[in-house]
Design a protein around this ligand. Structure first.
Ligand SMILES: O=C(O)CCC(=O)C(=O)O
Length: 318
């Protein structure tokens, strides 16, 4: 595995962000973009949070410090979560994960704004994350782009490009949790079980209050929260992505039905080369895993954008 630092850029203009990061789909840590967020100061006050959002129900997890095992406490009133998070529990840590809290509590939304609002089309509900201490998520990818905005505490992030997907052993699309790698932690990979992992490049960085990580769509990520922390994820689509999203679902359905011709037709009509490459690579891998290696090689020639061909050929050789 190679390592690479995620670049950091201060007060980028929209034009440069589009040209250097959005169009080539590269991650970047943005600084100086959200310094005016009231959330950076007012959310330090637990009483203020309870006042504006205490009754909202949020997805809540607890985990034992001894072995890291996690328990889902279900949707829990935010004020109760805050009591747990500030309880200085010696045995457990607590985590609010992916809570669309601003939908339930419009007053909270007055404390922050969206980064680059002109380009972040199709904004999905803003998601809120808050934890009492160390918590590491699983390696996965999301369909949407993400501006992960840190409000307090720190997150360390490890990212892998979609071009490294085959080295992360993604499940087939119709399996459970197809966006999650079976590699739970990039840091403790058993190379006997996952030898291809050594081909990856891991992009590392960390974000602190007032900093924003741009994670392009389909980049694999593992996020580790440290200390008492709060963050907001702003998921969004760039123009054209939404059509591809719908196609992605059709593709998954076709694969589940084993309707190969329809799948091929769908793959050939996907316009975004990265998405087309990734899904075609998954499809070819599925064909190869059923023992049809020659057919998989033929499809590699037929379907894949050029930049994907050597990756899939190398994968098929193993
Ligand atoms: O902050 C976290 O714990 C996870 C963030 C994440 O995975 C995401 O925004 O997709």
């Amino acid at each position: 595995m190679e390592k690479q630092a995620i670049p950091r850029q201060h007060q980028l203009t929209e034009d440069i962000f589009i040209k250097e990061y959005l169009e080539p789909q590269r991650p970047v840590i943005l600084t100086g973009m959200i310094d005016d967020w009231r959330a950076l100061t007012s959310w330090q006050d637990v009483n203020h949070l309870k006042e504006v959002a205490g009754t909202a129900k949020v997805p809540f997890l607890t985990s034992f410090k001894s072995d890291g095992s996690e328990e889902d406490m279900g949707d829990t009133p935010f004020s109760e979560c805050l009591d747990y998070i500030f309880s200085d529990d010696e045995e457990k840590t607590y985590y609010i994960h992916e809570a669309p809290i601003a939908l339930q509590c419009p007053h909270l939304a007055e404390d922050f704004h969206i980064v680059f609002p002109q380009i972040s089309h199709d904004v999905l509900p803003l998601m809120f994350w808050m934890g009492s201490g160390y918590r590491v998520g699983n390696v996965h990818w999301d369909y949407s782009h993400n501006f992960l905005c840190q409000v307090s505490g720190k997150k360390t992030v490890h990212l892998f490009s979609p071009f490294d997907s085959l080295w992360l052993y993604p499940p087939n699309p119709h399996e459970d949790r197809p966006h999650y790698s079976p590699i739970d932690s990039y840091a403790e990979v058993d190379l006997n079980t996952y030898p291809l992992f050594k081909n990856t490049t891991c992009w590392e960085g960390s974000i602190e209050p007032g900093e924003v990580l741009f994670m392009p769509s389909m980049w694999w990520h593992q996020v580790c929260s440290e200390g008492r922390s709060m963050a907001i994820s702003h998921f969004w689509h760039s123009p054209g992505m939404w059509d591809d999203h719908r196609r992605l679902h059709r593709y998954v359905e076709h694969l589940a039905d084993d309707a190969r011709d329809a799948t091929l037709e769908t793959l050939e009509t996907i316009v975004a080369p990265r998405l087309q490459g990734l899904l075609s690579a998954f499809f070819i891998r599925l064909v190869a895993s059923e023992g049809q290696k020659d057919e998989a090689l033929r499809l590699t020639g037929q379907l894949l954008p050029n930049e994907w061909k050597p990756i899939v050929e190398q994968y098929l050789e193993v």
